[in-house]
Design a binder for this molecule. Sequence first.
Ligand code: CP3
Length: 357
Amino acid sequence: SLQGTVAEPKASSVAEPLLLNAVRGEDVERPPVWLMRQAGRYMKSYQIICEKHPSFRERSENVDLVVEISLQPWKVFRPDGVILFSDILTPLSGMNIPFDIVKGKGPVIFNPLHTADDVDQVREFVPEESVPYVGEALTVLRKEVENKAAVLGFVGAPFTLASYVVEGGSSKHFTKIKRLAFSQPKVLHALLQKFATSMAKYIQYQADSGAQTVQIFDSWATELSPVDFEEFSLPYLKQIVDTVKQSHPNLPLILYASGSGGLLERLALTGVDVVSLDWSVDMAEGRKRLGPDVAVQGNVDPGVLFGSKEFITNRINDVVKKAGKGKHILNLGHGIVVGTPEENVAHFFEVAKGIRY
Ligand code: CP3
């Protein structure tokens, strides 16, 4: 049977989701599994919603749409984690930073920030006032999912958010934020501090609304060399983790950075419970470098989902074996890619949920 007794407690059961048990190092019979960006464009059902609601902001800021889209992969694949459909940029408008996410182009910040005056105009985030739909959606998701999976919230990390608002959108060489970092560090630090305070509050709000674990995306932190990571990212991540751990000591925090092989040990220094590895790191080596206290997530190359079913099976087994028993959340090494065949995603979940240690 693909449905393990640990993973699928009865609706009336008070058992905790497998994902939380695994993170806490409890005895589990298989690794829990979910996929980064599991809600979205590779699904036909999502594309149908996009035709009716072409604005990303609408899709991600309307409670009914957020809930419907978040539940699309849940209904088809039954992952062990259900992530809120939203974006790391969603808090920006509430911080007085107008933005949009434009089809074919990605994020657009209308007035990129460059000066101390620009940073002064940034408002601290009050989630319950600016994004009440996020809290409402999380509360509905918790009810719908009934503890058969963990409901995941997420936030962007200060450096990654700063990179968008300074660059004006996605970037290749990160020249604008590096110019700011390396010529006017105080201005950047002021911005990073505002994001750190705001994102700590946002995590607390998500947890109070129903999120059972929260992932912090510092996707572009690895554009920084280790010394610069230690100045412009690590202290703010630590601050967020410390603040949240004081109010929510049992809320597991996951940290992801893309291409993080050079920074792994430093990511663990933030105090998060789970470090999410991308596929540039061998899982066995990553596990060894991080030590036994930290749980790991990952790290199958999203491109593997374009391979044959047999190939996908082999790569899942390889990662699970290398991660060892417990304290592992099976996932991809980054978000699922547009064009991924849905039947291969179904195969991925089927194999993953059939694993027994
Ligand atoms: O995982 C999930 O299913 C939840 C949804 C989610 C989205 N964005 C929806 C989305 C999550 C967790 C994110 C996080 C996010 N957003 C990150 C961190 C994760 C990572 O990939 O490193 C980043 C850097 C962003 C910023 C962002 N949003 C970019 C760069 C883009 C454009 C991507 C592209 O290729 O067009 C977005 C838009 C976005 N966010 C889409 C989705 C499904 C695609 C646009 C759409 O569906 O209309």
